[in-house]
Design a protein around this ligand. Structure first.
Ligand code: GTP
Ligand code: SPV
Ligand code: MN
Length: 597
């Protein structure tokens, strides 16, 4: 078999070595052409790996079902394999690299037998830009190839840009037996290597995404002086045509895609405000010559949560996913060969297959057992092209990125966190990020709705020690003379019956407008123990049916709850271990002192 698929000897040698391990029957280089993609779609349909959907209603759209045991990221099977255990830190799972290569080699051995190895050269960020980093993923799955073609920049121009260099991320993926007991998502940051085996699901196998653009990239960012974050990037254009950019870190399935594509409420729309999406999941940030943080979205598409996406909540996402999209684990409407998911509309299909491919009766839906009774899996997804997004920013392909005015942290908190507050400065803001907590969601396997600490929404994605990561945040604030202001939001406060109090979605722009006004020094605030909280009258609620009492409640800070939370923070810091910056302990003590006053 000819393993010289490129003119780069480092690439060829690595491919040859991997070929000896997995033993495919052939090799195909993915060139990024539409002809090749179309042939692969046809092949995937002929084997049942994908299904073509209604061409009139959903042009160039496909449905894929993963194995039933393989529907989300698997954090307990995700490893950071540094030579020294302490470099991976206490929050990550760690395996010795030599041991890990050996163990996984056994699982990979011969796993491509009778199958084709697809070689995907891809770039994270615009090819040739200062931000760009290149990767090659080897996979036995056409589904992975077709998703990577949407999610990243794939093509021969990547190999040209790489030239003779050995500086690329080596990704090896094998579906093998999809055995969850033998599933491993392993990162070797010191070797620029990612090994993923026994999964066929999104974040586990689209190696450019969480594995590279967050875990490996966060490691590289620390080494090279930049940041890789789990953040959306959104532009807000005022009636004068000026655009200000916000980046926001929320944990998985906590509203990044929704905020990134929000449609302004009527009160702002009629005055001429517009919003633009730069990214919905990942941001790479560098300090510009002007001392500001400049951000790009390294991805090229959206891997968005389907349930809850509808004409009201996120019409931009819905329209983006109406063509050229791969749907994963949604419900199939057999009457017209289209797709459906919970929260799309109030009209579930009567003749349908659920996400498992079984005949589905919508009347048996039970909120308490969504996974087994819903049409679409709670973590079902659409893979859609950024280019199809109606509100895509004209800076999306700008190699320089966009300057960030505000960084926003947020999570799902039924109580504690108010609708919004501003930190006292970069150090306190980084501390606010470090104490983030959120109720878990279906995006990762395990229990849903349990509060856990998720600093900077990066708990599952930092490729090194969490304490070192926090120190890197502090260091970046010193380098960036004009660093963004840092805020915290919570769209998920509930009343005593468990209903969300804040309307959320497009109306979140009302909070973002306060944030931008703060950045420009145009609005006051009340200083509280946790930070600056808006004065009730400064959040524009025109057109909303929300009382002043409710707003007061949303903005309130319950000191007793916060003091209780501080205990949890201290415990978490202890768990992170010795490398927690002293500055954060000082911030925690200062917070406790202010709360006790
Ligand atoms: P990942 O792709 O997993 O990183 O998720 P994400 O952060 O992009 O989350 P997404 O925007 O897909 O939202 C996930 C879920 O949160 C969906 O079911 C949304 O309907 C819901 N959601 C998003 N924004 C809001 C909001 O402002 N209020 C409420 N109540 N729910 C929201
Ligand atoms: C997330 O879980 O944060 C996602 C989906 O964006 S995945 O690609 O599976 O990580
Ligand atoms: Mn995400």
């Amino acid at each position: 078999m000819n393993t010289n698929v490129t003119s780069n000897k480092h690439v060829n040698e690595w491919i040859a070595e991997m070929v000896r391990l997995v033993k495919p029957s052939g090799i195909v280089l993915i060139d990024g052409s539409e002809e090749q993609a179309e042939a692969l779609r046809a092949e995937a349909c002929s084997t049942g790996e994908m299904m073509k959907l209604n061409e009139e209603k959903l042009p160039n759209c496909y449905l894929h079902r993963t194995a039933i045991n393989d529907v989300a990221r698997v954090e307990h099977r995700t490893f950071i394999c540094t030579r020294k255990r302490e470099d991976a830190g206490n929050i990550n799972n760690w395996m010795d690299p030599t041991e890990c290569y050996e163990k996984l080699s056994k699982l990979y051995d011969g796993s491509y037998k009778g199958k084709t190895m697809y070689v995907i050269p891809y770039s994270m960020s615009v090819v040739g830009s200062d931000f760009a980093k290149y990767g090659i993923e080897l996979t036995d799955s056409i589904y992975v190839v077709l998703n990577m073609l949407i999610m990243t920049r794939v093509g021969l121009n990547v190999l040209e840009a790489l030239g003779d260099s050995a500086d690329f991320i080596k990704g090896l993926h094998a579906r093998a037996d999809i055995d969850e007991e033998k599933r491993y998502i392993c990162h070797f940051p010191e070797d620029n290597t990612i090994w993923s085996v026994n999964s066929g699901y999104g974040g586990n196998v689209l190696l450019g995404k969480k594995c590279f653009a967050l875990r490996i990239a966060s490691y590289l960012g620390r080494k090279e002086g930049w940041m890789a974050e789990h953040m959306l990037i959104l532009g807000i254009e005022n009636p004068e045509g000026e655009v200000k950019y916000i980046s926001a870190a929320f944990p998985s399935a906590c509203g990044k895609t929704n905020l990134a594509m929000l449609i302004p409420p009527e009160v702002y729309k009629k005055r001429g405000y517009k919003t633009w999406c730069v990214g919905d999941d990942i941001a790479w940030l560098r300090v510009g010559k002007d001392g500001r943080l400049w951000a790009v979205n390294p991805e090229n598409g959206f891997f968005g949560v389907a349930p809850g996406t509808n004409e009201n909540s996120n019409p931009n996402a819905l329209h983006t996913a109406m063509k050229d999209t791969i749907f994963t684990n949604v419900c199939l409407n057999l009457d017209d060969n289209t797709v459906w998911w919970e929260g799309l509309d109030n009209n579930p299909p009567k003749n349908a297959l659920n996400w498992k491919g079984e005949s589905w009766d919508y009347r048996k839906y039970d909120k308490a057992d969504k996974v087994n009774t819903s049409g679409a899996h709670p973590n079902s997804r659409f893979t859609a092209m950024a280019a199809n997004c109606p509100c895509l920013s004209d800076k999306f392909n700008d190699p320089a990125g966009v300057p960030i005015s505000a960084i926003v942290f947020g999570g799902r908190r039924a109580k504690t966190a108010p609708l919004v507050y501003q930190s006292f400065g970069w150090q306190h803001g980084a501390f606010v990020g470090s104490i983030m907590a959120s109720e878990t969601t279906a995006a990762a396997s395990g229990a849903v709705g349990v509060v856990r600490r998720d600093p900077m929404a990066m708990r599952p994605f930092v490729g090194y020690d969490m304490g070192d990561y926090w120190a890197h945040w502090l260091a970046m604030g010193k380098v960036a003379a004009n660093a963004p202001k840092i805020f915290h939001v919570n769209w998920f406060r509930t009343d005593d019956e468990g209903h969300f109090i804040w309307p959320g979605f497009g109306d979140n722009m009302r909070v973002l407008m306060w944030i931008l006004a703060r950045c420009e020094g145009k609005v006051g605030a009340t200083e509280t123990a946790i930070g600056y909280v808006p004065n009730v009258e400064d959040i524009n609620v025109e057109g909303l049916d929300i009382s002043r009492e409710t707003m007061t409640e949303l903005l309130s800070v319950d000191k007793a709850l916060w003091l209780e939370d501080c205990k949890g923070i201290r415990e978490f810091y202890k768990q992170v271990g010795e490398r927690v910056p002293q500055e954060f302990y000082a911030e925690l003590e200062a917070l406790e002192a202010r709360l006790a006053k």
